[in-house]
Write a protein that binds this ligand. Structure first.
Ligand SMILES: *[C@@H]1O[C@H](CO)[C@@H](O)[C@H](O)[C@H]1NC(C)=O
Ligand SMILES: *[C@@H]1O[C@H](CO)[C@@H](O)[C@H](O)[C@H]1NC(C)=O
Ligand SMILES: *[C@@H]1O[C@H](CO)[C@@H](O)[C@H](O)[C@H]1NC(C)=O
Ligand SMILES: *[C@@H]1O[C@H](CO)[C@@H](O)[C@H](O)[C@H]1NC(C)=O
Length: 473
């Protein structure tokens, strides 16, 4: 291998291994449009805080001579931003353009001339055809959350018109020039910093991204960004880690996310792509936390079932149980022996699990006497849905396969236990799993987000959640 190739591998391999996200979030043009509406009202409020300083001076006006003038108490009475557009700029960020904007002000004028003559009145001022254009960059902060900043901005005042109340008309001409120039300067200077403020005001909201979202007492999920956001002509994509950890034991899953690509759908504001990696890390975390085992006792089986967890029922299939342990209740211990595997195929989520089932007879003094251990391979199929800000699911049994691992009671036909174990899975284990799955796990969220028009599609190797968003405060 040449040195160059070797260097290339050294440089490329760690980067590509580390950066595949488990979860992708795509903000479409429709989502940006919603963001624009929120952003514009924030900019509008900021522009209302513009302070226009008093303007005063002396000016020679023939034939009167020196005129002292002052314009004061200029207050903004209205700001209108009727036209704006937001477009993603590939590789850079977002461009926000505001056109035809206007600012209406009201103020007082005062003059003094020929030593003793004083006059005063008020005026209404209208700044029109105001254009603002700003570029907004998106980055990842040190906590893996997105941050935005205004990186360039231009503001241009198209025209200024004034309507004076009171006074003589020759005065108007005197002021109009001064007002035009002074206002252009003061407005053009103040607008861009205020726009930059409005843009940075988004950061406290972005900081609410749940980079560590607690799921339950066993696990949490990490949603920090693994790379900077990528901007294309039509969308902004965030690449999030999407890895479950068992709480208190920050252990990396022994497998890595595989690259996946979101389809070019744009009907919704937001798309979440959740790769099979994410639920597989959940399975790994629950398994490492020891949360994937279950004791099954007779009281968990519905009263109406003729099959009971006792040596009488089991004795009808394995006579030596009834003979050696007559009249005892039984207990089963279900334990996974490796991390269950979750796979996504179009319209189908499948979970495959390998477990052992240990059957015990419960002695009158409560001692558990082991009878046999079975290997249980099972596969369940799931449907996924979104409830509130959580992705939830429900599964049904596909197939189940039993083999004998150890027997303490001599040989028996494992097949004969198929019906009992199927019943146990269907009426005890799967309903319990479904209660857990129906609680779901949190999706990445910012602030008080509500999802509407949400659809879930299961595709090959990932799941796509398309949704619109409403911020409720
Ligand atoms: C899960 O099973 C699929 C095939 O069914 C396999 O490609 C994948 O590697 C398995 N994943 C894990 C984490 O074992
Ligand atoms: C899902 O796929 C599994 C195997 O990949 C199959 O056994 C099962 O029947 C499928 N389920 C549905 C509902 O299509
Ligand atoms: C409980 O009863 C079983 C069966 O009679 C016996 O083998 C075992 O030693 C007893 N255990 C205790 C702790 O008494
Ligand atoms: C159960 O699955 C394990 C691995 O997951 C496999 O080695 C074994 O052969 C399977 N047993 C049956 C009975 O299918």
């Amino acid at each position: 291998m040449s040195l160059r190739v070797w260097l290339l591998l050294v440089v490329v391999v760690p980067v590509t291994l580390g950066t595949n996200p488990g979860v992708k979030v795509r903000l479409t043009q429709k989502g940006l449009e919603y963001g624009r509406q929120l952003g514009i009202s924030s900019i509008q409020q900021k522009l209302r805080t513009i302070k226009v300083p008093d303007i005063s001076g002396k000016q020679k006006v023939s034939p009167i001579g020196k005129v002292e003038y002052s314009l004061s108490n200029m207050n903004i009475v209205d700001v209108g931003l009727p036209k704006s557009a937001v477009t993603p700029v590939a590789g850079t960020g977002i461009k926000l353009s505001i056109g035809d904007a206007f600012i209406h002000l009201h103020g007082n004028w005062r003059v003094k001339y020929l030593r003793v003559i004083k006059d005063s009145g008020s005026f209404d001022l209208s700044v029109n055809a105001l254009a603002i254009s700003t570029s907004i960059a998106i980055h990842s902060d040190e906590t893996g959350r997105p941050t935005v900043s205004s990186v360039s901005c231009e503001a241009h005042v198209g025209s200024v018109s004034v309507k004076f109340h009171g006074g003589a008309s020759w005065l108007y001409n005197l002021f109009t020039n001064f007002i035009d120039k002074a206002l252009r300067n003061t407005l053009e200077k103040q607008i861009c910093p205020l726009v930059a403020d409005a843009v940075s005001d988004m950061n406290p909201h972005l900081k609410t991204l749940n980079v560590i979202a607690k799921v339950d007492k066993y696990t949490e999920i990490e949603y920090s960004m693994v790379t900077s956001p990528t901007v294309s002509e039509s969308s902004i994509d965030l690449s999030l880690k999407g890895e479950f950890y068992s709480i208190g034991k920050h252990q990396e899953a022994p497998f890595s996310p595989v690259a996946f690509f979101l389809p070019p759908q744009a009907n919704n504001m937001l798309y979440f792509g959740i790769s099979a990696y994410t639920p597989n890390t959940a399975a790994f975390a629950y398994n490492s936390a020891g949360a994937l085992s279950l004791y099954i006792t007779d009281d968990m089986i519905p009263q109406s079932s003729p099959i009971r967890l006792n040596t009488k029922t089991f004795g009808t299939f394995i006579p030596q149980i009834a003979k050696r342990y007559p009249g005892l209740m039984m207990k089963l211990l279900l334990q996974t022996i490796k991390t269950p595997n979750i796979s996504f195929q179009p319209n189908n989520v499948t979970i495959q699990a390998s477990a052992t089932v240990t059957a015990y007879a419960i002695q009158p003094n409560t001692t558990l006497t082991p009878l046999f251990v079975l290997n249980l391979n099972t596969s369940v199929s799931g449907k996924m849905f979104v409830s509130e800000m959580r992705l939830a699911g429900a599964v049904t049994l596909n197939e189940m396969d039993l083999t004998l691992r150890t027997s303490y009671i001599g040989d028996f036909q494992v097949r004969s236990l198929d019906n009992i174990l199927q019943l146990v899975l269907k009426v005890v284990v799967i309903p319990k799993l479904n209660v857990k799955l129906s609680q779901g796990y949190p999706l990445p969220a910012i602030g008080k987000m509500k999802l509407v028009n949400t659809q879930v599609q299961v595709l090959k190797d990932y799941m796509l959640v398309g949704t619109d968003v409403q911020f409720t405060g």
